[in-house]
Design a protein. Structure first.
Length: 153
């Protein structure tokens, strides 16, 4: 679905904390983070690049986000929103201003805004999974961010 875009994109570096962002659900309907998806679905070279080559796959099969039904997608969207900053707002021109809690209500009610937000989460998750699989998303190299000690002579 995103092949042409992913092929053209530069590599994106993730902060290690982003490995715990919700990506999909398992067969039990529990939220699976990006790290769990990598452990089960990523090719061996990608797992190694994320330092996860030796990690076992999750105990319950991870479902591709493309296979989630509407109820499961709403559940995933609520998990994504639950991790968002409650102080941030989404402004939809001609519709209104939504904080995290009001967006969750929109998702639960199945309003037009809620449906569109669920679709955006689905597309985002599918894109991230495919970009990781193709090596276009990787962990940030923290060694370049280390400041050298201040030495006085």
């Amino acid at each position: 679905m995103f092949d042409a875009l992913i092929e053209k994109m530069d590599v994106v570096e993730l902060d290690p904390s982003e490995l715990e962002d919700p990506l999909t659900l398992d067969l039990n309907g529990d939220v699976v983070a990006l790290s769990g998806w990598i452990d089960q679905e990523a090719p061996a070279d990608v797992k190694a690049a994320f330092g996860r080559a030796e990690r076992p796959a999750p105990p319950v099969h991870v479902r591709p986000v493309e296979e989630l039904d509407d109820q499961a997608l709403r559940s995933l969207t609520r998990a994504v929103l639950a991790q968002s900053d409650p102080q941030e707002h989404l402004v939809v021109v001609g519709v209104g201003d939504f904080d995290r809690d009001s967006l969750i209500k929109e998702v639960e009610s199945g309003s037009e805004v809620g449906v569109r937000f669920v679709r955006a989460v689905k597309r985002h998750s599918a894109f991230v999974a495919e970009a990781v699989r193709k090596g276009k998303i990787r962990l940030a190299d923290k060694t370049s961010e280390v400041e050298p000690p201040a030495l006085e002579f």
